[in-house]
Design a binder for this molecule. Structure first.
Ligand SMILES: [Zn+2]
Length: 274
């Protein structure tokens, strides 16, 4: 629920409190709506499979009761696309440039001011030099190769703070990935996932509670489709999305069941036979 939804709900509850005891509770069917913004393939096969992996995350997110997830190829332009949206997931090239694009900047600023949750995954944490400083303000972190590096290494993801809801239900997990390191972060951003890269611990996942309201979660992992086959990785992502949407992460972590079919990438004309 966004802040506006909360206010409406609070008003409704106040009315309900003064109504006869038989009045139906109005908040029972409230759903949490999550919009995943992906994009067509722009990388080598089996990397940055935005649309397929957004569909996989949609499947996992909807295993938590009350969650409705929607996938869009690029920023949605149809009227009402953002109605009731509690969190936006940017899983696309330079998510900051997609979010803050001048063609819909007022709409994005309204969503941010309204306290919508923001999630940026892998290249989604990126933004160009022009929009990057503003993206840093709202995300708490900003990736750009002008200052960051992108080593591909065997490492592991591990919870930075076992008491944070995003740490629920998963533990240190080995993972080969393209780890983005040396990002810019705000001091108020808090690491939630750490990886050791080249002998140093880096905050590969972080949370930032925006002073004007709204939760942001950035997570630089997920270059390889193989990462998404790891249940603990999926859980760390889905926990973060639920948290950003203002939900309580289940005690044992979010359910993230995925079938063989869910994990199979769609045909790729660039790969003969697939
Ligand atoms: Zn990558």
């Amino acid at each position: 629920m966004t802040r506006r939804t909360w206010l409406a709900l609070a008003a409704g509850l106040a009315l309900a409190a003064s109504a006869p005891a038989s009045a139906p509770a109005g908040a029972q069917d409230e759903t949490t709506k999550i919009l995943l913004i992906g994009k067509d393939r722009d990388h080598a096969p089996e990397t940055h499979e935005y649309m397929a992996e957004c569909a996989l995350l949609e499947t996992c997110l909807e295993q938590t009761p009350g969650v409705e997830a929607i996938v869009s190829d690029g920023w949605p332009t149809e009227p009402g696309a953002f109605d009731g949206v509690d969190a936006i997931v940017l899983y696309t090239a330079n998510g900051g440039d997609v979010l803050l694009d001048p063609s819909h900047r007022e709409q994005a600023d309204r969503l941010i001011a309204d306290g919508v949750g923001l999630v940026a995954l892998h290249w989604g944490t990126g933004a160009g030099e022009e929009l990057g400083p503003r993206f840093l303000e709202v995300m708490g972190g900003w990736f750009n190769t002008a200052f960051a590096e992108i080593p591909v290494v065997d490492s592991a993801i591990r919870p930075a703070d076992p008491d944070h809801p995003i740490a629920r239900g998963w533990q240190t997990t080995p993972m080969r990935d393209e780890y983005y390191i040396k990002l810019k972060h705000l001091d108020a951003a808090r690491p939630v996932v750490l990886s050791e890269v080249q002998g140093t611990d880096y905050p590969v996942g972080w949370v930032y509670e925006r002073p004007d309201g709204g939760r942001s979660f950035g997570y630089v992992c997920g270059h390889f489709h193989d990462c998404f086959e790891i249940p603990n990785y999926r859980r760390s992502v889905v926990n973060g999305i639920l948290w950003s949407a203002g939900l309580d992460v289940p005690e044992g972590g979010a359910p993230v069941e995925a079938s063989e079919q869910d994990l199979t990438l769609p045909p790729d004309p660039r790969v003969p036979g697939r």
